[in-house]
Design a protein around this ligand. Structure first.
Ligand code: MG
Length: 281
C-alpha cells in the first residue's frame, strides 16, 4: 500500500499569513424547521442572522447564537450547474494508471445528480466490479466568470474549498471512450457539507483512508496545474457559474472499494469527508 505518511517530511514552510486570513467553515442547515446559514467550529454551529454574504467580512463569532451540530440537518451549501473535474493532475497518479502527464489540463464533467453529503453511502452499482476512491480538493466558484485573462485574479472568483471524493467505476472508464458513465453514477460525488473560505490551498496535505488505513497521500503543491491556473483555464473553455465545482485531481494510491468499507477524505485546514460503502440491491 502507498506509504504516504513519509510525505510529511517533505513539506515546506507553513502557509504564510495563515492566521491573518478570514477562514470560516460555512454551512447551510435546517434547525427547528427553518433553513439557516452558519459557521461550523468543532461541534458547534454559529447561526448567521442573515445571508452568508451579509456575514462575510463582519467580525467573526460576535454574539452569534450557537447550536450543536448534531441538532441540525446539514444541507449541501452549493448548487453546481456542473462539476468540472481535472484528470491526472498529480504526476504520480497519472503514472500509477499508466498514463502520460498531460501538457494541458485534462477536463471531464461529473453529473451534479451524483452529489451526496458526508455520512451518506456510496452505492456500488451493478454495472461495475471496480469502484475506486479519488480524494480531492474541490474549488467552489463564487462569482460567474468567463475568459479570465492574466490580468484577472482567479481567487476573486472562488467562494471556498471543500473535500470531494471523485468516485470512479474504473472498469467502466476503461471500457467507454470517455468518462461520463464511470464518473456519474448516483452517489459518486460525495462532498463535505461545508466549505472553507479564504484558506491558502497552495500546500495542503490531501489524504484518503479506507477503514482507517492510509491509501492516498499528497500535497496540493504537487498539482501539475495549480488552483489559479485551473480556474483561469476552465473559464476560457466554458462559463463558470456561482456554485460550480472544480475537482482538482487526486494523488496516487487509488484503490478498490468494497461493501462495508468506510472511506474518509481529509484535507488539512479544510476538513474531513466520511462515507460508508454499500452495494446496490
Ligand atoms: Mg479525479
Amino acid at each position: 500500500m502507498f506509504s504516504g505518511e513519509k510525505n510529511n517530511l517533505k513539506r515546506s514552510a507553513p502557509n504564510p499569513g495563515g492566521s491573518l486570513r478570514n477562514e470560516m467553515k460555512i454551512c447551510h442547515f435546517i434547525f427547528n424547521k427553518r433553513k439557516y446559514w452558519g459557521k461550523l467550529e468543532n461541534d458547534l454551529i454559529y447561526i448567521f442572522s442573515g445571508s452568508r454574504e451579509r456575514f462575510r467580512g463582519e467580525e467573526a463569532g460576535v454574539n452569534l447564537p450557537a447550536v450543536d451540530r448534531q441538532a441540525v440537518k446539514l444541507l449541501c451549501p452549493f448548487s453546481p450547474t456542473k462539476i468540472v473535474c481535472v484528470g491526472r493532475n498529480y504526476a504520480l497518479h497519472a503514472v500509477e494508471l499508466g498514463n502520460q502527464i498531460p501538457e494541458k489540463p485534462l477536463l471531464f464533467l461529473k453529473a451534479p445528480s451524483a452529489l451526496i453529503l458526508s455520512g451518506e453511502p456510496i452505492v456500488i452499482p451493478s454495472q461495475s466490479d471496480r469502484v475506486e476512491h479519488e480524494g480531492e480538493l474541490a474549488i467552489i466558484i463564487g462569482k460567474q466568470c468567463r475568459k479570465l485573462t492574466l490580468d484577472d485574479d482567479p481567487f476573486d472568483y472562488i467562494l471556498g474549498y471543500t473535500c470531494l471524493n471523485d468516485v470512479t467505476a474504473r472498469d467502466c472508464q476503461k471500457e467507454d471512450i470517455q468518462f461520463t458513465r464511470a464518473k456519474s453514477f448516483d452517489t459518486f460525488c460525495p462532498v463535505a457539507p461545508f466549505y472553507e473560505t479564504d484558506a491558502d490551498v497552495s500546500n495542503l496535505l490531501v489524504q484518503t483512508r479506507v477503514n482507517g488505513e492510509l491509501r492516498q497521500s499528497g500535497f496540493t503543491s504537487e498539482m501539475v496545474f495549480p488552483v489559479d491556473f485551473l480556474v483561469r483555464y476552465i473559464s476560457n473553455q466554458m462559463t463558470l457559474k456561482r456554485g460550480d465545482l472544480i475537482a482538482t485531481g487526486t494523488p496516487a494510491g487509488v484503490s478498490k472499494l468494497f461493501p462495508g468499507d468506510v472511506c474518509e477524505v481529509s484535507i488539512e485546514r479544510i476538513g474531513t469527508l466520511t462515507n460508508p460503502v454499500i452495494c446496490e440491491n
